[in-house]
Design a protein around this ligand. Structure first.
Ligand SMILES: NC(=O)c1ccc[n+]([C@@H]2O[C@H](COP(=O)([O-])OP(=O)(O)OC[C@H]3O[C@@H](n4cnc5c(N)ncnc54)[C@H](O)[C@@H]3O)[C@@H](O)[C@H]2O)c1
Length: 365
């Protein structure tokens, strides 16, 4: 371990992503040195602009290092004993991406998690593993509690490959805890929203906000009666940090999110009302939006008792505030929906403390 005094060294995979970049900012604000590994497949270096602005320590040395590489390519060049904590967020994410690229989804999620767990176990470094409410599958039980049974559709529906790949990650993490005493904590994110989230992989709120700002139809899948609970990332991140810092939650699984459901139709209407815009809602059957036989859940709501008891989790940012902040970001950065890899010259925009390693910035997935 390298922490000197209160300064800790933290590794964040997927740190240029939506949740990861907010986490990196908070860790830097705590005074930590942060190393990010991200292959920019869905993340963006520009997500770390605010982090870069605050990273210098009093001696002028950078506290943020960004390695543009896939996790499993970067780890062999690193020593786990350099780190006090690891947050593993890198994954193939988003309904659209998961359906269109199932091989990439399964291989990324399982392979990269396996690599980071082995790495963490070598140094017995406390690790937080990002999982998902999708792990519950299509169980009809409400709300979802951490120890509930899970129910998936058939393997012929690739839609469930994301859930299963994340469930394998959980099994593997818990196995490392049991067999190697790795202090690993698992968080199952429910719908997490906020500035920097992009809509192009199927995330609903940025899609709605963008359409509302452009006066284009808001595309609602199905009849819009399905409900979800949305939690602002800026409420979520402090809880992640506390779950690891407490040092008491190894081997445990936590739901994290908000437990106030809203139907997707109401969400679309709330976006229009909050932004003072008018645009039609366009209802698109699931088969048209995704693939034939696409299963969606009518309700997805977390039981939050465990995370409340552990870290006093109490989200406070309203949905309307989140919508306004996402809209403000789109107005300032209209290109905010594009991943770095889709834009020419991404690697050359790397900052002084960013290592864009030759031949790997695109990443093998
Ligand atoms: N946002 C949500 O609502 C939500 C819900 C459930 C679970 N999660 C989980 O939270 C984590 C973060 O998700 P997010 O919403 O910030 O998505 P994101 O796509 O913004 O972040 C994922 C990051 O991982 C990076 N990445 C992907 N594969 C990689 C690889 N092989 N090597 C290195 N980097 C790689 C991407 O470039 C991206 O920056 C993921 O594990 C996801 O499964 C998020």
């Amino acid at each position: 371990m390298t922490s000197v005094g209160r300064q800790r060294a933290i590794l964040v995979t997927g740190g240029a992503g939506f949740i990861g970049s907010h986490l990196v900012e908070s860790l830097l604000a705590r005074g930590d040195h942060v190393t990010v590994i991200d292959n920019l497949s869905t993340g963006r270096l520009s997500n770390l602009d605010a982090a870069h602005a605050t990273e210098r320590s009093s001696d002028g040395k950078p506290r943020l290092r960004v390695i543009v590489r896939t996790v499993s390519d970067a780890l062999p060049t690193m020593d786990p004993r350099e780190f006090d904590e690891i947050y593993h967020l890198a994954a193939a994410v988003g309904v659209r991406l998961v359906i269109e690229e199932p091989i990439r989804t399964i291989e990324t999620n399982v392979h990269e998690s396996s690599a980071i767990l082995r790495f963490a176990a070598e140094g017995r470094v406390p690790l937080l593993l990002a999982s998902t409410s999708e792990v519950y599958g299509k169980s009809a039980k409400t709300p979802f509690s951490e120890d509930d049974d899970v129910t998936y559709g058939p393997t012929t529906l690739s839609r469930w490959s994301y859930a299963c790949s994340k469930a394998i990650d959980e099994y593997l993490a818990l196995a490392y805890h049991a067999q190697h005493r790795l202090p690993v904590t698992i968080v199952r994110f429910f719908n997490t929203v906020g500035p920097r989230q992009v809509g192009r992989y199927g995330m609903v709120l940025p899609r709605f906000v963008k359409a509302a700002l452009r006066g284009e139809p808001l595309e609602v899948h199905g009849d819009g009666s399905q409900s979800r609970c949305f939690c602002d990332v800026r409420d979520t991140v402090p809880a992640l940090i506390r779950l690891v810092a407490d040092g008491q939650h190894a081997g445990r699984v936590f739901n994290i999110g908000r437990d106030t459901p809203i139907s997707i139709r109401s969400l679309a209407e709330t976006v229009l009302k909050t932004l003072g815009r008018e645009a039609p809602l366009r209802f698109v059957p699931y088969e048209e939006a995704f693939v034939a036989g696409f299963d969606d859940l009518l309700v997805r709501q977390p039981d939050l008792r465990r995370v409340r008891a552990a870290v006093g989790f109490s989200p406070s940012i309203s949905l309307e505030q989140t919508i306004r902040d996402i809209a403000a970001e789109f107005r300032v950065r209209p290109e905010a929906d594009a991943p770095d890899l889709a834009r020419p010259g991404a690697a050359s925009r790397a900052t002084a403390s960013t290592q864009a390693l030759p031949g790997t910035s695109g990443g093998r997935l």
